[in-house]
Design a protein around this ligand. Structure first.
Ligand SMILES: Cc1ncc(COP(=O)(O)O)c(C=O)c1O
Length: 459
């Protein structure tokens, strides 16, 4: 990323990715206009001590508290958090989660290896009961990336093969193994040799489909996965996000085609639902929308209730095949506090009707986004599932050229009005609120989005 010519401006072309980059002039302007000297001093201190990277440090602002759907900055401004790193399904500071954590801290705050504990056993049992099919075996990890690594290892042992097929533009975490199967330049470029045998195929993204399917996915991308499985002949696993955070929402038949292809070619199917499993799409697990069961399912993020780092690999019962080896071995594997948070989170999701809320408000939001599309040529379209929502901004409705500059301007204008969300792939306003959000709050947020699109369109 460093410019070898020594220019001051870093070259970030082709780095459209997970989130908005911190190197943009819009970011600089926002800081100049909205940050007071005290906040600026803390931001400078942060930049002084943290290694810099374009999706975090230097940071935008300093937070001092969060509650429900809101985060609050040092200057006392509150923002609806429609980003939340996708950890906040049950809202920030959820009382049930906090009480469970406090109680567990007083009882058993850590569990030394060789021992187990009741919260860990209860959480593993509950996940096995909830998961579709026979995904009855569980391994916890302190983060999604490490859980993906465990799944890759298990696939190698189970199949005696090492190759994978995964999607361009996907994200599975930031470690070397995860970026090898991931498909984003910002994580891969300049890193030297990645894992061998990691084939990539196009994601189900009709707007930029190399098979030129038009605006409607023709499922050729799904059939191409089988083509590669056949040509390679010895693929261990297809690894993919069931739905992509951008979001890309594959059409109904997509996963059935890939599931059947994996079965025909002896490959395992590993689905990554780290950000969107546990209710965001309106079902507990996203693969339930597609009527298929993967061989391994990876969840994380919100599993820790928006407080604790916790992820889990859920594997087919008959994949319990490495008793003499080690797949995980992470220090916090059975952390009782994280597991207590996980149990409280699942209780909230089930008992507070949060999946239903995600379904109903997601459909409502998509209808409103459709109306925005009719009013503003810049809105190329809306897509989503439950409370995973995206609004694609285009510079030209025909060519669907991305309106990246406009997307950033909308994002920073929305911050001024109290709404925080991220821009993915440069031009998609990505909205992922807590599932606890009310209809009135959702409407207020969509009003802000629309006002900002109107203002930027008119500028
Ligand atoms: C789809 C997906 N997979 C994996 C990860 C990595 O999870 P973690 O940051 O907990 O390691 C993320 C994180 O954003 C993700 O969105």
């Amino acid at each position: 990323m460093n410019d070898p010519e020594g220019d001051d401006e870093p070259d970030v072309s082709g780095f459209e990715s997970e989130g908005d980059l911190n190197l943009s002039p819009h970011r600089e302007r926002w800081l100049a206009d909205h940050v007071d000297p005290e906040t600026r001093a803390w931001l400078d201190e942060d930049a002084r001590y943290f290694l810099h990277q374009s999706l975090s440090t230097p940071c935008l602002n300093v937070l001092r508290s969060c509650e429900g759907i809101y985060v609050e900055d040092l200057q006392g401004r509150r923002y609806m958090d429609f980003h939340g790193n996708n950890v906040h399904q049950v809202g920030f500071g959820n009382r049930r989660v906090i009480e469970a954590i406090k109680a567990q801290l007083d009882e058993l705050p850590f569990c030394t290896r060789r021992y187990t504990n009741m919260p860990a056993i209860r959480l593993a049992k509950k996940l096995a009961q909830l998961a579709p099919g026979n995904l009855n075996k569980v391994l916890f990890a302190p983060g999604g990336t490490t859980a993906i690594g465990m799944a890759l290892k298990l696939a190698r042992v189970a199949t005696g093969r090492f190759k994978t097929i995964s999607m361009w533009d996907s994200f599975h975490g930031a470690s070397l193994d995860a970026i090898s199967v991931g498909g984003e330049a910002i994580f891969r470029r300049g890193m030297g040799p990645l894992l061998p045998g990691t084939e990539h195929v196009p994601p189900p993204d009709p707007s930029h489909c190399p098979f030129e399917c038009g605006s409607q996915c023709s499922l050729q991308c799904a059939r191409y996965v089988e083509y590669v499985l056949e040509k390679e002949g010895d693929v261990a696993a297809v690894v993919a996000e069931t739905v992509r955070s951008i979001p890309f929402i594959p059409p109904p038949g997509y996963w059935k085609i890939i599931r059947a292809a994996c079965d025909r070619h002896g490959a395992l199917l590993i689905l990554d639902e780290i950000p969107h499993g546990l209710g965001r799409t309106g079902k507990m697990f996203t693969c339930e929308h597609y009527g298929i069961v993967p061989d391994m399912l990876v969840i994380g993020k919100g599993l820790g209730g928006g407080v604790m780092p916790l992820a889990a690999l859920l594997a087919r019962e008959d994949l319990d095949i490495v008793p003499e080896g080690a797949l995980g071995h992470y220090t916090h594997e059975k952390n009782p506090v994280a597991c207590a948070a996980g149990l409280a989170t699942l209780e909230c999701l089930e008992e507070d009707g949060l999946l239903e809320n995600a379904r109903v408000l997601g459909e409502h939001a998509l209808r409103r986004i459709d109306r925005m599309k009719a009013s503003y040529p810049m809105v190329g379209g809306g897509r989503g599932l439950g409370l995973l929502l995206g609004i694609e901004l285009v510079a030209d409705a025909q060519t669907r050229e991305s309106a990246c500059d406009a997307a950033e301007r909308v994002m920073y204008r929305a911050l001024e009005k109290g709404l925080s969300f991220k821009v993915t792939m440069g031009n998609v306003l990505t909205l992922t609120p807590p599932l606890t959000i009310t209809r009135a709050e959702m409407d207020r947020a969509l009003d802000i989005v629309e006002e900002c699109i109107a203002e930027v369109s008119a500028a």
